[in-house]
Write a protein that binds this ligand. Sequence first.
Ligand code: SAH
Length: 285
Amino acid sequence: MSNSGSDGKPVVRASRFPLPLGKVGGANASVGGGVAREVLMPQRHLREAALDAARQLAPSGLGLDSAKVRQRMVLRLRRDGLHDERVLEALSRVPRHEFVDSALAIQAYEDTSLPIGHEQTISKPSVVGRMIAMLFGGQSASQRGHLGRTLEIGTGCGYQAAVLALLSQSLVSIERLKPLHDKARSNLAPLHLPQVRLIYGDGRLGAPGAAPFDSIVAAAGGDDIPGAWLEQLAPGGRLIAPMAAPGGRGQVLVRVDHLLENGRSRFVRTEHEAVLFVPLKSGVM
Ligand code: SAH
Protein backbone atom coordinates (compact mmCIF):
# COMPACT_ATOMS: atom_id res chain seq x y z
CA MET A 1 0.00 0.00 0.00
CA SER A 2 1.25 3.46 -0.66
CA ASN A 3 0.45 6.68 1.02
CA SER A 4 0.71 10.04 -0.66
CA GLY A 5 3.33 11.64 1.56
CA SER A 6 1.71 14.74 2.94
CA ASP A 7 1.40 15.97 6.45
CA GLY A 8 -0.01 15.15 9.93
CA LYS A 9 -1.26 17.37 12.78
CA PRO A 10 -2.40 17.90 16.57
CA VAL A 11 -2.58 19.86 20.34
CA VAL A 12 -2.35 20.62 25.11
CA ARG A 13 -1.74 20.67 29.96
CA ALA A 14 1.56 20.55 31.76
CA SER A 15 3.59 20.19 34.90
CA ARG A 16 2.22 16.96 36.36
CA PHE A 17 4.50 14.74 34.41
CA PRO A 18 7.75 16.60 34.21
CA LEU A 19 10.01 15.50 31.42
CA PRO A 20 13.57 14.72 32.33
CA LEU A 21 15.02 17.76 30.72
CA GLY A 22 18.44 16.54 31.68
CA LYS A 23 18.40 14.45 28.54
CA VAL A 24 17.81 17.39 26.28
CA GLY A 25 20.61 18.94 24.32
CA GLY A 26 23.51 16.74 24.90
CA ALA A 27 25.52 17.43 21.80
CA ASN A 28 27.66 20.23 23.10
CA ALA A 29 30.51 17.82 22.67
CA SER A 30 34.10 18.52 22.70
CA VAL A 31 34.18 19.99 19.25
CA GLY A 32 37.20 22.19 19.16
CA GLY A 33 38.70 20.63 22.25
CA GLY A 34 41.52 19.08 20.33
CA VAL A 35 42.46 21.89 17.99
CA ALA A 36 46.12 21.78 17.10
CA ARG A 37 48.35 24.64 18.17
CA GLU A 38 49.63 26.61 15.21
CA VAL A 39 51.73 29.67 15.13
CA LEU A 40 50.57 30.85 11.79
CA MET A 41 46.80 30.85 11.50
CA PRO A 42 45.75 32.86 8.47
CA GLN A 43 42.71 30.67 8.05
CA ARG A 44 41.69 30.75 11.60
CA HIS A 45 38.29 32.33 10.98
CA LEU A 46 37.55 29.68 8.35
CA ARG A 47 38.49 26.97 10.78
CA GLU A 48 36.19 28.48 13.38
CA ALA A 49 33.35 28.66 10.90
CA ALA A 50 33.89 24.99 10.08
CA LEU A 51 33.88 24.13 13.78
CA ASP A 52 30.66 26.06 14.21
CA ALA A 53 29.08 24.14 11.37
CA ALA A 54 30.34 20.86 12.79
CA ARG A 55 28.86 21.78 16.14
CA GLN A 56 25.48 22.32 14.53
CA LEU A 57 25.68 18.96 12.81
CA ALA A 58 27.03 17.13 15.81
CA PRO A 59 25.44 13.83 16.88
CA SER A 60 21.90 14.96 17.64
CA GLY A 61 22.13 17.59 14.95
CA LEU A 62 21.88 20.28 17.59
CA GLY A 63 25.03 21.36 19.25
CA LEU A 64 23.21 24.44 20.39
CA ASP A 65 21.27 24.39 23.57
CA SER A 66 18.13 22.71 22.24
CA ALA A 67 15.95 24.15 25.01
CA LYS A 68 16.77 27.64 23.76
CA VAL A 69 16.08 26.72 20.16
CA ARG A 70 12.77 25.25 21.25
CA GLN A 71 11.95 28.38 23.19
CA ARG A 72 12.44 30.41 20.03
CA MET A 73 10.08 28.08 18.19
CA VAL A 74 7.49 28.64 20.92
CA LEU A 75 7.89 32.42 20.67
CA ARG A 76 7.27 32.20 16.94
CA LEU A 77 4.20 30.00 17.45
CA ARG A 78 2.83 32.48 19.99
CA ARG A 79 3.49 35.38 17.64
CA ASP A 80 1.70 33.48 14.89
CA GLY A 81 -1.44 33.08 16.98
CA LEU A 82 -1.12 30.06 19.29
CA HIS A 83 -2.07 31.48 22.67
CA ASP A 84 -2.77 28.49 24.90
CA GLU A 85 0.03 28.63 27.44
CA ARG A 86 -0.41 24.98 28.44
CA VAL A 87 0.14 23.88 24.87
CA LEU A 88 3.07 26.24 24.40
CA GLU A 89 4.70 24.94 27.54
CA ALA A 90 4.32 21.33 26.46
CA LEU A 91 5.79 22.18 23.06
CA SER A 92 8.70 23.86 24.80
CA ARG A 93 9.43 20.69 26.75
CA VAL A 94 9.41 17.97 24.12
CA PRO A 95 12.74 17.55 22.28
CA ARG A 96 11.38 17.34 18.72
CA HIS A 97 14.88 16.82 17.32
CA GLU A 98 15.04 13.48 19.11
CA PHE A 99 12.04 12.23 17.11
CA VAL A 100 13.41 12.80 13.62
CA ASP A 101 16.31 11.38 11.70
CA SER A 102 19.58 12.97 12.84
CA ALA A 103 20.13 14.39 9.35
CA LEU A 104 16.91 16.40 9.82
CA ALA A 105 17.48 17.41 13.43
CA ILE A 106 18.73 20.83 12.43
CA GLN A 107 15.27 21.55 10.96
CA ALA A 108 13.37 20.13 13.91
CA TYR A 109 12.40 23.52 15.35
CA GLU A 110 11.24 25.08 12.13
CA ASP A 111 7.52 25.11 11.64
CA THR A 112 7.56 22.41 9.05
CA SER A 113 6.45 18.83 8.65
CA LEU A 114 9.31 16.37 8.22
CA PRO A 115 9.55 12.86 6.79
CA ILE A 116 9.66 10.04 9.34
CA GLY A 117 9.98 7.18 6.85
CA HIS A 118 7.38 4.85 5.35
CA GLU A 119 5.93 7.79 3.40
CA GLN A 120 4.68 9.40 6.61
CA THR A 121 5.43 12.78 8.13
CA ILE A 122 5.68 14.34 11.57
CA SER A 123 3.20 17.21 11.73
CA LYS A 124 4.18 20.87 11.82
CA PRO A 125 4.45 22.15 15.40
CA SER A 126 1.86 24.85 14.63
CA VAL A 127 -0.64 22.21 13.52
CA VAL A 128 0.10 20.02 16.54
CA GLY A 129 -0.38 23.11 18.72
CA ARG A 130 -3.55 24.18 16.99
CA MET A 131 -5.21 20.76 17.29
CA ILE A 132 -4.32 20.34 20.95
CA ALA A 133 -5.51 23.87 21.73
CA MET A 134 -8.82 22.97 20.08
CA LEU A 135 -9.07 19.86 22.28
CA PHE A 136 -8.73 22.10 25.34
CA GLY A 137 -11.92 23.86 24.33
CA GLY A 138 -13.97 20.69 24.89
CA GLN A 139 -16.48 20.68 27.74
CA SER A 140 -14.61 18.36 30.11
CA ALA A 141 -11.10 19.53 29.16
CA SER A 142 -12.00 23.15 29.77
CA GLN A 143 -13.53 22.26 33.13
CA ARG A 144 -10.62 20.11 34.27
CA GLY A 145 -7.77 22.08 32.74
CA HIS A 146 -6.27 18.96 31.16
CA LEU A 147 -7.20 16.62 28.34
CA GLY A 148 -8.24 13.70 30.58
CA ARG A 149 -8.14 10.29 28.92
CA THR A 150 -6.81 10.87 25.44
CA LEU A 151 -6.78 8.74 22.29
CA GLU A 152 -4.42 9.52 19.41
CA ILE A 153 -4.80 7.82 16.03
CA GLY A 154 -1.54 7.79 14.07
CA THR A 155 1.39 7.59 16.51
CA GLY A 156 3.97 8.10 13.76
CA CYS A 157 7.31 8.84 15.39
CA GLY A 158 5.65 9.59 18.74
CA TYR A 159 6.29 13.34 18.86
CA GLN A 160 2.70 14.44 19.21
CA ALA A 161 2.12 11.56 21.63
CA ALA A 162 4.77 13.07 23.92
CA VAL A 163 3.15 16.50 23.77
CA LEU A 164 -0.30 15.02 24.40
CA ALA A 165 1.00 12.91 27.28
CA LEU A 166 2.17 16.02 29.13
CA LEU A 167 -1.35 17.39 28.95
CA SER A 168 -3.38 14.24 29.59
CA GLN A 169 -4.23 11.99 32.48
CA SER A 170 -3.54 9.03 30.20
CA LEU A 171 -2.83 8.57 26.52
CA VAL A 172 -3.52 5.65 24.19
CA SER A 173 -1.91 6.05 20.78
CA ILE A 174 -2.49 3.68 17.85
CA GLU A 175 -0.29 3.14 14.80
CA ARG A 176 -0.94 0.76 11.88
CA LEU A 177 2.66 0.55 10.60
CA LYS A 178 4.75 -1.75 12.78
CA PRO A 179 8.11 -0.07 12.07
CA LEU A 180 6.71 3.31 13.14
CA HIS A 181 5.02 1.82 16.19
CA ASP A 182 8.42 0.39 17.18
CA LYS A 183 10.20 3.64 16.40
CA ALA A 184 7.76 5.62 18.55
CA ARG A 185 8.30 3.18 21.38
CA SER A 186 12.03 3.70 21.34
CA ASN A 187 11.73 7.47 20.83
CA LEU A 188 9.40 7.77 23.83
CA ALA A 189 11.26 5.41 26.18
CA PRO A 190 13.84 7.96 27.36
CA LEU A 191 11.08 10.42 28.28
CA HIS A 192 9.65 8.04 30.90
CA LEU A 193 5.97 8.80 30.39
CA PRO A 194 4.17 6.03 32.28
CA GLN A 195 0.75 7.40 31.29
CA VAL A 196 1.34 6.47 27.63
CA ARG A 197 0.15 3.22 26.08
CA LEU A 198 1.10 2.49 22.47
CA ILE A 199 -1.00 0.09 20.42
CA TYR A 200 -0.10 -1.49 17.08
CA GLY A 201 -3.41 -1.76 15.24
CA ASP A 202 -6.00 -0.15 13.01
CA GLY A 203 -6.88 3.13 14.68
CA ARG A 204 -10.17 3.34 12.79
CA LEU A 205 -11.47 0.89 15.37
CA GLY A 206 -10.33 3.08 18.26
CA ALA A 207 -9.38 1.29 21.48
CA PRO A 208 -12.64 -0.13 22.86
CA GLY A 209 -10.92 -1.70 25.84
CA ALA A 210 -9.61 1.65 27.04
CA ALA A 211 -12.68 3.75 26.16
CA PRO A 212 -14.30 6.14 26.81
CA PHE A 213 -11.98 9.03 25.96
CA ASP A 214 -12.34 12.69 26.86
CA SER A 215 -10.14 13.77 23.97
CA ILE A 216 -9.62 12.07 20.62
CA VAL A 217 -7.22 13.36 17.98
CA ALA A 218 -6.33 11.88 14.61
CA ALA A 219 -3.15 12.58 12.64
CA ALA A 220 -4.46 11.00 9.43
CA GLY A 221 -7.56 11.87 7.47
CA GLY A 222 -10.25 9.69 5.90
CA ASP A 223 -13.50 10.29 4.08
CA ASP A 224 -15.49 10.43 7.28
CA ILE A 225 -15.17 10.12 11.05
CA PRO A 226 -15.23 6.40 11.96
CA GLY A 227 -18.26 5.46 14.04
CA ALA A 228 -16.03 3.76 16.64
CA TRP A 229 -14.45 7.11 17.53
CA LEU A 230 -17.84 8.66 18.25
CA GLU A 231 -18.89 5.63 20.28
CA GLN A 232 -15.71 5.95 22.33
CA LEU A 233 -16.00 9.70 22.92
CA ALA A 234 -17.10 10.32 26.52
CA PRO A 235 -19.90 12.78 27.30
CA GLY A 236 -18.24 16.18 27.56
CA GLY A 237 -15.46 14.96 25.27
CA ARG A 238 -14.12 16.48 22.07
CA LEU A 239 -12.69 14.91 18.93
CA ILE A 240 -10.45 16.69 16.39
CA ALA A 241 -9.62 15.02 13.09
CA PRO A 242 -8.76 15.86 9.50
CA MET A 243 -11.38 14.69 7.04
CA ALA A 244 -11.99 14.90 3.29
CA ALA A 245 -13.80 18.13 2.48
CA PRO A 246 -17.08 17.77 0.61
CA GLY A 247 -16.72 17.73 -3.17
CA GLY A 248 -13.14 16.46 -3.17
CA ARG A 249 -11.76 19.84 -2.12
CA GLY A 250 -8.87 18.65 0.00
CA GLN A 251 -9.14 18.16 3.74
CA VAL A 252 -10.55 20.17 6.60
CA LEU A 253 -10.23 19.86 10.35
CA VAL A 254 -13.41 18.53 11.90
CA ARG A 255 -14.40 18.98 15.51
CA VAL A 256 -17.02 16.83 17.22
CA ASP A 257 -18.31 17.63 20.69
CA HIS A 258 -20.21 15.05 22.71
CA LEU A 259 -22.53 17.20 24.76
CA LEU A 260 -24.65 16.04 27.63
CA GLU A 261 -27.77 18.17 28.01
CA ASN A 262 -30.46 17.29 30.55
CA GLY A 263 -29.09 13.79 30.65
CA ARG A 264 -29.26 13.41 26.85
CA SER A 265 -26.29 12.91 24.53
CA ARG A 266 -25.86 15.12 21.49
CA PHE A 267 -23.00 15.21 18.97
CA VAL A 268 -22.21 18.60 17.48
CA ARG A 269 -19.93 18.68 14.47
CA THR A 270 -18.21 21.75 13.04
CA GLU A 271 -15.73 22.16 10.19
CA HIS A 272 -12.65 24.33 10.43
CA GLU A 273 -9.62 25.28 8.36
CA ALA A 274 -8.13 23.41 5.42
CA VAL A 275 -5.31 21.01 6.34
CA LEU A 276 -3.12 18.41 4.69
CA PHE A 277 -2.66 15.12 6.51
CA VAL A 278 -1.59 11.69 5.34
CA PRO A 279 -4.49 9.32 4.52
CA LEU A 280 -6.23 7.31 7.20
CA LYS A 281 -5.84 3.75 5.96
CA SER A 282 -7.41 0.52 7.08
CA GLY A 283 -5.72 -2.60 8.35
CA VAL A 284 -2.17 -2.92 9.59
CA MET A 285 1.19 -3.42 7.89
N1 SAH B 1 1.41 12.26 15.21
C1 SAH B 1 2.48 11.76 14.39
C2 SAH B 1 2.21 12.06 12.94
C3 SAH B 1 2.02 10.80 12.24
S1 SAH B 1 1.56 10.91 10.54
C4 SAH B 1 3.83 12.27 14.83
O1 SAH B 1 3.89 13.11 15.73
O2 SAH B 1 4.81 11.78 14.30
C5 SAH B 1 0.09 9.94 10.60
C6 SAH B 1 0.26 8.51 11.01
O3 SAH B 1 -1.03 7.92 10.96
C7 SAH B 1 1.15 7.67 10.11
O4 SAH B 1 2.18 7.12 10.87
C8 SAH B 1 0.22 6.59 9.57
O5 SAH B 1 0.82 5.32 9.42
C9 SAH B 1 -0.85 6.56 10.65
N2 SAH B 1 -2.12 5.98 10.26
C10 SAH B 1 -2.80 6.09 9.09
N3 SAH B 1 -3.94 5.38 9.14
C11 SAH B 1 -3.98 4.79 10.37
C12 SAH B 1 -4.89 3.90 11.04
N4 SAH B 1 -6.01 3.47 10.46
N5 SAH B 1 -4.59 3.52 12.29
C13 SAH B 1 -3.47 3.93 12.92
N6 SAH B 1 -2.56 4.75 12.34
C14 SAH B 1 -2.82 5.17 11.09
